[in-house]
Write a protein that binds this ligand. Structure first.
Ligand code: ATP
Ligand code: MG
Length: 278
């Protein structure tokens, strides 16, 4: 696995020392990936030379300026798009298309949910057509609604729910398909600070219990440090890896105590310097 010695990665625009840390096998392996749109004078290199690994059960957060290619990269890990060059592997197999093992949670929960289906029925959606019995589906959905605090809203429709509740439905729907990898594109970006914090903690307890690997995009540097085992900072024009940081903060994390740790503050300063000062 490739990591960066972040103690050596403090200065703006510096080259980052790459070190090898032989530990858990990678679940996701992004190898020298580049993406270009258009040809000739319309050619636009979105990113190049992107390499990083996410170990099994790890939460990897991607941060970077708007337009540096985070969503494009996540779509490639989902198998919805192919990179121009390079390769992305999941469980040591080349990703060539979408799979039920890799679930995607979108920021825009309003569009992700079906407005004519209740909470229960929206969550059940990802289990339909999988050969499971009605009873089995009902049991799974009931368990997931309890896990995500949606039991009381079971028969409500998306338009009757708050933003946080709608996002819980989308997360529950993804978890229902028992993914090995959860891909999240600014999932809490549209929520208020308190709802965002409670969903962060719910996500942490769900992925710890289910041992899911997560790739999580956010604009919020603190959110990345709070959630992540690892934070990849991307620079723009073209997009590239500025730093691959290991977040050495104990778990379970705590909204107040973790954010007051000297290591948290050190990471916040480092990322701010890398991303904002870039
Ligand atoms: N299908 C496409 N055709 C042409 N250009 C595209 C296409 N998809 C994305 N791009 C371009 O690729 C670049 C990266 O887009 P992307 O949405 O991945 O950025 P992002 O880092 O997710 O930005 P944000 O933080 O604003 O969500 C942008 O310049 C965008 O215009
Ligand atoms: Mg995006």
């Amino acid at each position: 696995m490739i990591a960066v010695d972040h103690k050596a990665a403090g200065s703006r625009g510096s080259e980052h020392k790459v070190i090898e840390t032989p530990n858990r096998p990678p679940a996701v392996s992004v190898r020298n990936v580049a993406m270009t749109f258009g040809v000739d004078e319309k050619r636009h290199v979105v990113f190049e030379n992107i390499s990083f690994n996410a170990a099994k059960g790890e939460i990897l957060c991607l941060v970077g300026a708007s337009g540096c290619g985070k969503t494009t990269l996540l779509r490639q890990v989902a198998g919805l798009q192919r990179p121009t060059t390079g390769e992305i592997l999941f469980d040591e197999t080349l990703i060539t298309g979408p799979s039920r093992e890799r679930a995607m949670v979108f920021q825009d929960y309003g569009r992700a949910l079906l407005p004519w289906r209740s909470v229960r029925s929206n969550i059940a959606l990802s289990l339909e057509g999988t050969g499971r019995s009605k009873e089995e589906i009902a049991e799974t959905v009931t368990r997931l609604m309890a896990m995500t605090g949606l039991s009381a809203a079971s028969s409500k429709y998306p338009s009757e729910l708050s933003g946080g509740m709608q996002q819980r439905v989308q997360i529950a729907r993804c978890i229902a398909q028992k993914p090995k990898l959860l891909l999240m594109d600014e999932p809490f970006g549209a929520l208020d600070a308190l709802t965002r914090q409670s969903l962060q903690d719910e996500l942490l307890s769900i992925v710890a219990a289910q041992k899911i690997t997560v790739v999580f995009i956010t604009h919020d540097l603190e959110e990345a440090i709070y959630l992540g085992d690892k934070v990849i900072a991307l620079g723009a024009n073209p997009g590239r890896v500025l730093a691959d940081l290991t977040i050495d903060l104990p778990r379970p994390r705590h909204q107040l105590a973790t954010r007051e740790e000297p290591e948290f503050l050190r990471m916040r300063h480092l990322l701010h310097e890398l991303i904002v000062g870039h």
